[in-house]
Design a protein around this ligand. Structure first.
Ligand code: AMP
Ligand code: MN
Ligand code: MN
Ligand code: MN
Length: 296
């Protein structure tokens, strides 16, 4: 593991997706691209799955990048859907495996429900076609969106969310994910650290964001993502203040999915304010724990 104090966003990236969920690259190609872009520590954080971690860890050894085992958990807080990135968990931990199996079942039921709603919009067979494109059945809305583009129903992913899949749109389905508290308990029981993903993306008022950060901290959350690909400097300033107020550490993650999304590139995350404690300097930082015991 490189010396923690020598790392900075750009050489460390703690949020990225492979084909095991809704990324487009295989775990090995993802790690290779990150390594070639100067990333020396990479957390592979697929949605609600550890399926890509064994391959990613092996590739990390080949390309000289340390792989932190991660999962981006879908959860709910006060009827809202949120994403929590768990880092450094023991991925064979029974509590974690049970939790992911339950989430998998919720995701399957949700995908069937989305497909039924798309059928009501005149788009038949969306689930089977989407699964064919994905190559697995851990279907996210990104996969549905890619199918809608491929089949000519929408121009691009943004339009697929605007017309069909986004909150309140005709094929949107309310989520029944596990709660924020349960999710953080599972992450910690498996030896990991919990990071609130992309806090600015939930479009919360200052009061609601404050309440969320209080709940997150009380539940045992460790850090919030401040350095992200899409963040503005104003957003980072605002989040830096909140992060310090709530006594949380700071994380950096690109949320990389696809090399064609040119605005999200490995190795180019903005730096963190020196007033913040980076999560990789946290006393419980996982170091070099490996993912040899990955459960597919
Ligand atoms: P799901 O876990 O099935 O709700 O899918 C969530 C994923 O959809 C996110 O991780 C993003 O990758 C993608 N996503 C959500 N909203 C949008 C959007 N407006 N445009 C493009 N992708 C989106
Ligand atoms: Mn995604
Ligand atoms: Mn997310
Ligand atoms: Mn993500």
């Amino acid at each position: 593991m490189p010396e923690a104090h020598a790392l900075h966003p750009g050489t460390i990236d703690l949020h990225a997706h492979s084909r095991a969920s809704d990324g487009v690259l295989s775990p090995s190609d993802l790690v290779r691209l990150a390594a070639e872009s100067g990333v020396r520590v990479l957390a592979v954080t697929d949605h609600d799955t550890t399926a890509g971690l064994a391959e990613a860890t092996e590739a990390g050894q080949r390309w000289g990048t340390v792989i932190i085992p991660g999962v981006e958990f879908s959860c709910r807080w006060e009827r809202m859907s949120l994403h929590i990135v768990g880092l450094g968990m023991q991925i064979s931990h029974p509590g974690l495996c049970n939790h992911l199996a339950e989430t998998d079942a919720l995701r399957r039921a949700r995908a069937e429900h989305i497909a039924r709603k798309l059928a009501q919009c005149g788009i038949a067979d969306a689930l089977a076609e989407t699964q064919k494109l994905a190559g697995h059945d851990r279907i996210t809305r990104t996969h549905f969106a890619r199918y809608l583009v491929a089949a000519g129903h929408t121009r691009d992913l943004v339009q697929a969310f605007k017309r069909y899949l986004g909150t309140g749109k005709p094929a949107s389905v309310g989520s029944h994910w596990h709660t924020l508290d349960t999710t953080i308990d599972v992450i910690r029981a498996a030896g990991g650290l919990a990071v609130l993903a992309h806090p600015a993306r939930y479009r919360l008022t200052r009061t609601r964001l404050d309440a969320l950060l209080r709940a997150f901290r009380t539940a045992g959350g460790a850090a919030i993502e401040i350095s992200t690909s899409s963040s503005t400097s104003d957003e980072r300033t605002r989040l830096t203040r909140l992060c310090l107020q709530h006594g949380l550490a700071a994380s950096a993650g690109s949320d990389f999915h696809d090399p064609q999304q040119q605005w999200i590139r490995f190795g180019s995350l903005p730096s963190l304010s020196p007033s913040l404690i980076p999560i990789w300097c946290h006393p419980s930082w996982p170091g070099t724990r490996t993912a040899q015991t990955a459960i597919p």
